[in-house]
Ligand binder design. Structure first.
Ligand SMILES: Cc1cc2nc3c(=O)[nH]c(=O)nc-3n(C[C@H](O)[C@H](O)[C@H](O)COP(=O)(O)OP(=O)(O)OC[C@H]3O[C@@H](n4cnc5c(N)ncnc54)[C@H](O)[C@@H]3O)c2cc1C
Ligand SMILES: *[C@@H]1O[C@H](CO)[C@@H](O)[C@H](O)[C@H]1NC(C)=O
Ligand SMILES: *[C@@H]1O[C@H](CO)[C@@H](O)[C@H](O)[C@H]1NC(C)=O
Ligand SMILES: *[C@@H]1O[C@H](CO)[C@@H](O)[C@H](O)[C@H]1NC(C)=O
Length: 418
């Protein structure tokens, strides 16, 4: 696989998708193909329209828009027998304030809570698609399998998941926005095969009710791991939580037990690094559903792509881009980072610089620094106040300042009906 100039625009590739070669040629009335109708794809589509490009089509594998924000009760494969992309679960609420998730110029109504439910955010996305008249551009149940350069256009090949028919279409540009969280990371542990209970990845976790009166081992303390600890601690008979995050652990319940990293599994339980042992019925791996890139950055990538396609700016020469890329790869190697992380956007300041460079290069809107500040502030605040951090509302008052106040909303009212 060679990385493409256009592919590099939105470039978290699903391994199932094959992309070959590289080019970005400016054309009159170009035809644009977008892979996926989640947050990123819908955002890119909106900017194409803003830049006067109407000749585009979004290819969406499922029957639905909204990607990972749609709750699907199926596990593993969906209603069409396709691998399930969404990782949404019952009772999920955003773990970053909606300010960091809203599209530019399209806020939630004034007064809505800062941490709405996932269901509510999905409604927001559906409304966005409707208001920007994007639905007519979406071709559903079309699963892209390969994208290949053919002299002067891209061949984009997909399977119609309803009829299983394979088709190829021409595109001048391709925007890849097929998501980044659908491939669960399975850790390896000694004895895991011996374990007789049920093992799932948090990608397949749906509902705490499935764990009522069970003894459960939960592994990991990323955003999903901590969230699941809250959701499960009151329904399980025992919740054994293995992780090594340093944070202000709240009182979950009497049945919650914190454990260090795992040493090995047995048929009915697990040994930890401190040699303690716990019997468990079920295991949930909340490992590797990592969540790094700020939605604002994804949105800006969409605008970057649209501005490029509209000819508002030009990419540097291929040679120059390759040089920068190789320097980046060498730096990563020198730091001992895995090549698998080569497309990662760094956290914190690194992301802020990335955002700055991206928007400066394309001459597009850059959100003021207060967005990055809120993001950093709330990341820390969450770890200190895991059970209550969503009870606060945030408001931006100017380019540098925001305010926060306590405002719990029982029942999590959503301002959208559908
Ligand atoms: C459980 C969970 C909670 C999260 N919570 C937050 C949060 O609170 N705050 C935050 O900032 N971020 C959060 N995120 C990150 C979230 O992924 C982003 O907010 C964002 O929605 C990602 O949108 P996307 O469009 O890039 O990807 P997705 O939402 O994954 O959409 C990708 C779309 O592409 C389609 N697709 C995939 N492959 C193909 C193909 N080959 N052909 C055609 N279509 C294809 C999929 O069906 C899907 O519709 C969370 C993620 C998860 C999983
Ligand atoms: C592109 O698709 C056309 C039509 O299906 C086909 O004839 C051609 O060989 C394809 N090109 C490549 C490079 O695969
Ligand atoms: C769990 O139960 C306790 C005791 O009933 C209650 O105080 C607490 O709020 C519950 N926690 C959650 C997250 O529901
Ligand atoms: C671009 O990134 C570099 C660091 O890689 C940073 O020093 C610079 O300030 C960034 N530019 C902008 C406009 O943010």
């Amino acid at each position: 696989m060679r990385l493409s100039a256009v592919g590099a625009v939105l470039c978290y590739l699903n391994l199932a998708l094959e992309v070959r070669d590289v080019v970005a040629v400016t054309k009159e009335n170009p035809r644009v193909c977008i892979v996926g109708a989640g947050y990123s794809g819908l955002g890119a589509a909106r900017y194409l329209k803003d830049y006067g490009i109407d000749n585009f089509k979004m290819f969406e594998a499922t029957k639905h828009i909204g990607g990972t924000w749609r709750f699907d009760p199926h596990v593993g494969t969906d209603e069409d027998g396709m691998p399930l992309f969404t990782s949404m679960y019952k009772n999920l609420r955003l773990n970053t304030p909606k300010l960091t998730m809203e599209y530019v110029g399209y806020p939630f109504p004034e007064g809505s809570q800062s941490y709405p439910t996932g269901v509510c955010f999905h409604k927001y996305l559906k409304r966005f698609a409707k208001d920007f008249d994007l639905i007519k551009h979406i071709q559903f149940q079309s699963y892209i399998t390969s994208i290949k350069w053919d002299k002067d256009h891209w061949n984009i090949t997909y399977t119609k998941v309803d009829t299983k028919e394979t088709r190829t279409e021409d595109c001048d540009f391709v925007v890849i926005s097929n998501g980044e969280f659908s491939t669960p990371v399975w850790p390896k542990f000694e004895g895991l095969k011996l374990f007789k209970g049920k093992i799932i990845h948090s990608h397949d976790y749906k509902d705490p009710e499935n764990y009522r009166n069970r003894r459960v081992l939960l592994v990991g303390a990323g955003p999903s791991g901590l969230d699941l600890a809250v959701h499960l601690s009151n329904v399980t008979t025992k919740l054994v939580h293995s992780h090594h995050l340093k944070y202000n652990q709240p009182f979950f319940s009497d049945t919650y037990v914190k454990k260090p990293d795992i040493r090995k599994f047995t048929s009915n339980g697990v040994y930890f690094q401190d040699n303690s042992f716990e019997q468990v019925d079920d295991v949930i791996f909340a490992t590797g559903v990592l969540q790094k890139v700020f939605n604002c950055v994804k949105e800006a990538q969409g605008e970057y792509a649209a501005a490029l396609i509209a000819g508002k700016f030009k990419l540097p020469s291929q040679e120059q881009m390759l040089k920068v890329w190789m320097t980046h790869v060498r730096d990563m190697k020198a730091k001992g980072s895995s090549i698998l992380d080569v497309n990662d956007i760094p956290d914190g300041t690194g992301m802020y610089y990335y955002f700055g460079n991206l928007t400066a290069e394309a001459g597009i809107y850059r959100r003021p620094k207060v967005f990055a500040d809120i993001r950093e502030y709330t990341r820390q605040f969450r770890l200190e106040n895991l059970l209550t951090f969503r009870d606060y509302d945030y408001k931006i008052i100017d380019e540098e300042n925001f305010v926060k106040w306590y405002n719990p909303r029982p029942g999590n009212p959503c301002p959208f009906d559908e």
